[in-house]
Write a protein of this length. Structure first.
Length: 319
């Protein structure tokens, strides 16, 4: 069973027919309506040794920061403000101060930058080392994946492919040989909390997701939710220096925001971009036909929504 097949099965058991549950599937966060203008956001992400990181080149301090960002980015994708976190840590060996303190200090200091605090969790013995964070946020206006319509424009919030390029280089180069921008993309990604909150407050984004599994795959998730397709322009895709187009299209862990807006709101988005001193990148538009197209030199080519998928082997078949 592939990751998608498992998620499709899981969706059948998720509760949504409830007055307070706004969303429990097909979103970056579960959304609970607390009051007329207040919504709680719930997300959780795990990092497993050998799957998401390798201690050969990842420090415990790096790991703490990355765990925080993976969850903060989900809250950002909903236009939310992160608030509280619960940590679960599994280890095959006893926890040692030498690595426990750097990990927890990095995790909590990263959360604290966004006024977010750890309030509990669990610790277990495990055959593999893993860490998991559950994060709770709040918003007055959750931005869902549902809402993208034909002719709306598609934007991303940062250059893509840096993390994927790092993972390729680390196979043949030492850490010192890899360009700093790629190391930063992998070890120090920045969650787009402020941009997400502003897009929510100004009601600019009609749909949004964060890019954790690759541009094509995450864009297709928006398309599927809205029964639409998309055209993206190759020359418009922002690619991190030293990364490739393939890295940008299918590489994961960029933690950029991918969102759609109406044509009439483009000027408002430009103004917001200037006010935040934050560049955003127009890359394409939503179309009626339920397919993905890459356009280069006025030539349109259909492409498949490839990206990172658990339980898929190198040949792309579920194991």
């Amino acid at each position: 069973m592939t990751e998608k097949e498992w998620i499709d099965l899981l969706k059948k058991y998720l509760q949504e027919n409830h007055a307070h549950i706004i969303k429990s599937k097909n979103e970056d966060c579960g959304v609970i309506k607390l009051s007329k203008k207040t919504y709680l956001l719930f997300t959780t992400d795990a990092l497993v040794e050998g799957i998401h990181f390798d201690f050969k080149y990842t420090s415990f301090s790096d790991l703490g920061k990355k765990l925080a960002v993976t969850n903060l980015s989900d809250i950002a994708a909903m236009g939310g403000e992160p608030k509280w976190g619960l940590l679960t840590l599994g280890s095959p060996a006893p926890i040692e101060i030498s690595w426990g303190i750097p990990f927890i200090k990095s995790l909590t200091s990263t959360l604290k930058k966004f006024n977010t605090y750890l309030i509990g969790g669990d610790t277990v013995k495990s055959p593999v080392f893993f860490v998991n964070l559950c994060l709770i946020g709040i918003t007055n206006n959750p931005i869902l994946r549902k809402g993208a319509n034909p002719e709306q424009f598609i934007f991303v919030s940062k250059p893509l492919g840096g993390s994927a390029a790092f993972l390729k280089m680390i196979k043949t180069k030492s850490l010192k040989e890899i360009p700093k921008n790629l190391k930063d993309a992998y070890f120090k990604p920045k969650p787009e909390i402020l941009l997400g909150k502003k897009l929510s407050k100004l009601n600019l984004a009609t749909s949004m997701i964060d890019i954790s599994d690759g541009l094509l795959l995450d864009l297709w998730r928006i398309c599927e939710e809205n029964e639409v397709g998309a055209e993206i322009y190759e020359e418009k895709i922002p690619i991190e220096k030293f990364a490739t187009l393939e890295d940008a299209l299918t590489g994961g862990e960029d933690y950029a925001l991918l969102f759609t807006i109406k044509k009439e709101n483009v000027e408002k988005l430009k103004k917001l971009s200037l006010n935040l001193n934050k560049k955003v990148f127009f890359i394409g538009k939503i179309i009626k036909e339920q397919k993905l197209y890459l356009i280069k030199n006025n030539t349109k080519k259909e492409i498949q929504p490839k990206g990172f998928n658990h339980f898929v082997n190198e040949k792309g078949k579920g194991e």
